[in-house]
Design a protein around this ligand. Structure first.
Ligand code: PMV
Length: 350
């Protein structure tokens, strides 16, 4: 039986009263079947499934100083690459507000949080998934020091549960190589509250996959994911999209098990275009793809056809293109594709 929200409420009231230093890291992830639209408190309208990008991590250290008596809100400061970043703090404050019910011990300390991403800063790559996942791991590391009696699966699921409250897709940045988030009636153990690991081994074809990101645009997104998710509430194609994602999760599960790379390509690209189609048909509508995005998509499809390389693309809520391919194709793709691009590319993201 999946855990319920109540199972994650922490009841112990003993806390380490010494100064603590905890470091944790969490990977980024790229959705193969996309989460788009939410309800309630950060619950997804549809299940999603992702590859864990284990080379692209957020590493976070927290220095915890006991306050003596608990505060009524969490006292913290956030630093990225050793520089204080007040701009990130409202989102983190909201995260602490949402999680303190489940981890009341966070009130007992002052938190100095130092974060670093292994992927380039300001590259247009979202770090909120790995960032909140690293923070959730840190908090669970502390919970485990207070209460080491739960089983490993409980800690994994509660970590994902907490991370989700920071940013939905962070729920999938806890473990790997694949994570599935969102309840699916045909997949046992799945939950809207946290992501789970599939109950099968990833087919070897996908075990050495690479994700290289072509940076078409860097900087702040024009429309935030939060605003995009909200537009799904009244979207004319909402029900069709939800049904499609439920179907695609079942298909993708099968593909990841059997290694059917040609259907993998079909679904991954259809999901990426479907996500952007939702944006382009919402009210108001908006377009995040840029001319460079389309140009790259067209040339990738041409290369796939002409050279018979199993390469495909996916998109997040932005203009940058994630290029997915088996490691063995890297040199060939370098010569016939990456070297001819004028854009900056981040290799070895996965
Ligand atoms: O986690 P959020 O709220 O930033 O939403 C991310 C949604 C997509 O990246 C577009 C899709 C996904 O499943 O990761």
């Amino acid at each position: 039986m999946p855990w319920t929200e109540k199972d994650f409420i922490f009841k112990d009231n003993h806390y380490p009263s010494n100064r603590l230093e905890i470091t944790e890291e969490a990977p980024s992830n790229i959705a193969l079947v996309k989460y788009w639209g939410k309800y309630g408190l950060q619950r997804p309208m549809n299940p999603s499934i992702s590859f864990t990008l284990s080379q692209s991590k957020t590493i976070t250290k927290a220095i915890l100083t006991p306050l003596g008596k608990p505060a009524n809100k969490v006292s913290f400061k956030f630093y990225l690459d050793n520089r204080h970043q007040p701009a990130f703090e409202p989102k983190i404050a909201r995260f602490f507000d949402l999680i303190h019910r489940y981890t009341p011990f966070v009130f007992q300390y002052d938190w100095q949080i130092y974060s670093h991403n292994t992927f380039p800063h300001s590259s247009g790559i979202a770090s909120s998934a790995s960032g909140f996942a690293a923070l959730a791991k840190l908090i669970m590391n502390l919970e485990k020091q207070i209460n080491p009696y739960q089983n490993a699966l409980y800690y994994l699921q509660k970590t994902s549960f907490l991370a989700r409250l920071g940013s939905g897709s962070a729920a999938r940045s806890i473990s790997g190589p694949v994570m599935l988030w969102g309840e699916h009636p045909q997949i046992a153990g799945t939950s809207d509250l946290y992501a789970t690991l599939p109950d099968f081994d990833l087919h070897p074809v996908f075990q050495n996959f690479k994700d290289s990101i072509v940076l078409v645009e860097t900087g702040q997104k024009k429309v935030s994911s939060t605003a995009g998710h909200a537009l799904m509430d009244q979207h004319p194609f909402k029900n069709i999209r939800i049904q499609q994602a439920f179907d695609n999760v079942i298909k993708m599960n099968q593909i990841l098990k059997t290694g059917d790379i040609s259907h993998f390509i079909d679904i991954v690209e259809a999901e990426a275009l479907g996500l952007h189609a939702m944006m382009m048909t919402s009210r108001p509508n908006y377009i995040l793809m840029q001319p460079g995005t389309l140009q790259i998509i067209h040339s990738l499809r041409q290369i796939r056809k002409e050279h018979n390389i199993p390469v495909c693309f996916t998109l997040d809520a932005g203009a940058n293109v994630h290029v997915l391919y088996p490691e063995g194709e890297k040199n060939k793709l370098q010569k016939i594709f990456f070297d001819n691009l004028e854009h900056k590319i981040i290799f070895d993201y996965l």
